[in-house]
Write a protein that binds this ligand. Structure first.
Ligand code: TRP
Length: 336
């Protein structure tokens, strides 16, 4: 049996350089391995949790899908689909809800963080603004994972807890109804780059410091020029360690190129010059995918076809498995 790798991408916002280096690129590389099976899906039901406007959800779904395709994901080999196209997922999420202890979900970081904010702000309602969607976020995520019998779930550190919760729900279900679920494991790749953003903090949409992956050339250059630097003058030697420009460059360059730039830092390259250098390099690297992306965005029907094929392929697995799970809990259509 091939090992199954599965990960979801929440469709909120526009993919940025950090997403590419930290998640998309390693995922696409891994999916070329013929000995493993890969599931990559748009977590659009998860995107509803934060209450984004419908228009934003709509746009982000297209942008995220186009990004993965433009960067070369082999959508014939990998399973590439929208979560919302697999109606068995919310169905199985309900089965898992009936196993998940409320006390377990009380401990979820995302939920606890909002409760903490409410308490800090002196509100007398700790659950202020918390929907059942947010509270049961880990259950839906567990259904995503368990539905396709994933062994490994590549995620960021912040998601480890969710994978552990998925294991817990799977174990309880298996205990009550027999061994149906495979227990998943988080896979946190510490070797992949975590890029800093415009302000030097981790590049993240929650900090509003991202550089979008596929901006038109001019706007892209403008963003690069905005990256924060220190006050060292041209000619003064600069430390590449922990420098945002250097780290972004490093995430997209060969070792020899990186050595070259290290020397430029030692020789005191001016920040303006380094920004231009970085821009030219990234512009070259992203040129072809950017063209692919523009073509796809202009023809969303092409994206739709790929996702449709992905959903059909994925449902060949999810439909019989969901029927098995429902049968296991005593629910089978009475006409069958
Ligand atoms: N919660 C994940 C995130 O925000 C996205 C996600 C949804 C996911 N379902 C998943 C990741 C299943 C891995 C497996 O990053």
């Amino acid at each position: 049996m091939k090992q199954v790798y599965l990960t979801g991408i929440t469709t909120s916002g526009t993919p940025h350089l950090g997403n590419y280096a930290g998640a998309i690129r390693p995922a696409i590389e891994a999916s070329a391995n013929p000995d493993t099976e890969h599931f990559y899906f748009l977590a659009d039901l998860h995107a509803l949790i934060k209450g984004f406007a419908a228009e934003d959800v709509r746009r982000s779904r297209i942008e995220v899908a186009a990004t993965w395709m433009a960067l070369g994901l082999d959508t014939d080999k990998a399973y590439f689909y929208c979560q919302s196209d697999i109606p068995e997922i919310p169905g199985v999420a309900w089965l898992l809800s009936c196993q998940a202890a409320k006390g377990l979900l009380n401990r979820a970081h995302a939920y606890k963080a909002v409760v903490q904010e409410n308490e800090d702000s002196g509100s007398n309602d700790p659950d202020k603004g918390i929907t059942m969607g947010l509270f049961s976020y880990p259950v839906l995520m567990a259904a995503d994972i368990l539905m396709f019998k994933a062994n490994k779930v590549p995620v960021g550190k912040d998601q480890i807890q969710h994978i552990e919760m998925a294991r817990d729900m799977a174990q309880r279900f298996n205990h009550h109804y027999g061994e149906h679920f495979v227990l998943p494991e988080a896979q946190v790749d510490t070797s992949t780059a975590v890029l800093a953003g415009l302000d030097g903090r981790k590049m993240s949409k929650s900090y509003n410091n991202t550089i979008a992956l596929f901006l038109p050339e001019k706007q892209f250059r403008k963003q690069i020029m905005k990256i924060k630097t220190n006050s060292l003058e041209p000619g003064e030697p600069k430390d590449p360690q922990g420098n945002t420009l250097f780290e972004i460059y490093q995430a997209f360059a060969s070792e020899a190129q990186v050595e070259d730039v290290r020397q430029k830092y030692a020789d005191g390259i001016a920040w303006g010059e380094m920004k231009q250098y970085l821009f030219e390099h990234l512009n070259e690297v992203l040129k072809e995918p950017r063209e692919n992306y523009a073509e796809l965005i202009a023809k969303p029907a092409v994206i739709g076809e790929v996702l449709h094929a992905g959903a059909i392929k994925a449902r060949k697995l999810s439909q019989p498995f969901a029927a098995e799970l429902f049968d296991a809990v005593g629910i089978k259509p009475m006409w069958q």
